[in-house]
Design a protein around this ligand. Structure first.
Ligand code: F6P
Length: 327
């Protein structure tokens, strides 16, 4: 097999995240700079199976660095998880002479790429695009910084009204398997409690601290709940608290998908640009089937088949800090 890449394609897959457009732009412009032909695949693996692929030049990515969402659109594609689906994908790439692929997405998207590269000779490079920041081997994922700042802005506003009415607010942020958005936004907004999927929810502790705060008339309390919290999210947490403390006035706010949209922050544009550039360099230099992360401000390349969900970094010390600072 000729390992030299000459035609590459880029796709975005899984949940979108602010900064994906900046990464697409970096891949396209770096590829063109090095004289490669660059293609964009619409709707992730779905578009790849349907041969929904177009040529991209530098102009086609003009004026997108500041835009949320993804101009290539995205999807979660079940068919790519099958051997037949991946065969179709390979045939479409081969048909166009594409011999390198950049995948911007989360760990699910990379699992698909691992199967694909074990079966076919098209090198793939992964870039972490997810607001959840739950991928090993990188300190940053594209979209997290923007999402967490969106959450902070919203929670600050909720605190104003919570303060005016002396209310307890239970605020749900995104994070099905990971509590980073909850942890970061909770600490940054002075939340009294932060509940994350990585830790067991200590209802006894929450009730005791609310009672203690009531005794000293500290009635404004914010509890930030990641959607993947073990009891099921903000509504469930509120119901449990209400049962035990019926006199406390409680409101629930679910921030939802506003966290996924919006103009990417400077940090997200920067890391997306850097990762996109290095992804193309990897393809050119023959560093194939790797994930491009950034660790301690250096590029970190790990084999795609070793990339998984980041686990266990939300520890008791973080929770101790939350308690001390919110007392
Ligand atoms: O992309 C990650 C994420 O935003 C999770 O935090 C959330 O659970 C999930 O996607 C929501 O996905 P969907 O938009 O498909 O409902």
């Amino acid at each position: 097999m000729d390992k030299k890449v000459s035609r590459i394609a880029v796709l975005t897959s899984g949940g979108d995240s602010p900064g994906m457009n900046a990464a697409i732009r970096a891949v396209v412009r770096t590829g063109n700079y090095y004289g490669l032909e660059v293609f964009g695949i619409m709707r992730g693996y779905q578009g790849l199976l349907e041969d929904d692929i177009m040529r991209m030049d530098n102009r086609s990515v003009a004026n997108i660095i500041q835009r949320g969402g993804t101009i290539l659109k995205t999807a979660r594609c079940k068919e790519f998880m099958t051997k037949e689906g991946r065969q179709k994908a390979y045939d479409n790439l081969k048909g166009r002479g594409i011999n390198g692929l950049v995948i911007i997405g989360g760990d699910g998207s990379f699992r698909g790429a691992v199967d694909f590269t074990s079966e076919f000779d098209i090198p793939c490079i992964g870039i972490a695009g997810t607001i959840d920041k739950d991928i090993q081997g990188t300190d940053f994922t594209i979209g997290f910084d923007t999402a967490v700042n969106t959450a902070v802005e919203a929670i600050d506003k909720i605190r104003d009204t919570a303060d005016a009415h002396d209310r307890l607010f239970i605020i749900e942020v995104m994070g099905r398997d990971a509590g980073y958005i909850a942890l970061h936004s909770g600490i940054a907004t002075g939340a009294e409690n932060i509940l994350v999927p990585e830790q067991k929810t200590d209802f006894e502790g929450i009730i005791a601290s609310l009672q203690e705060k009531e005794r000293r008339r500290k009635l404004v309390n914010l509890i930030i709940v990641a959607e993947g919290e073990e009891s099921g999210g903000a509504n469930e947490v509120a119901a449990t608290i209400k049962k035990r403390l019926p006199n406390i006035e409680t409101r629930v706010a679910i921030l939802g998908h506003i966290q996924r949209g919006g103009s990417p922050s400077c940090l997200d544009r920067l890391i997306a640009s850097r990762m996109g550039y290095h992804a193309v360099e990897c393809l050119i230099e023959g560093r194939h089937n790797v994930f491009v992360g950034i660790q301690n401000n250096k590029m970190n390349y790990i084999p795609l088949d070793r990339v998984g969900k980041k686990k266990g970094t939300i520890n008791d010390e973080w929770m101790k800090i939350v308690k001390i600072l919110a007392s």
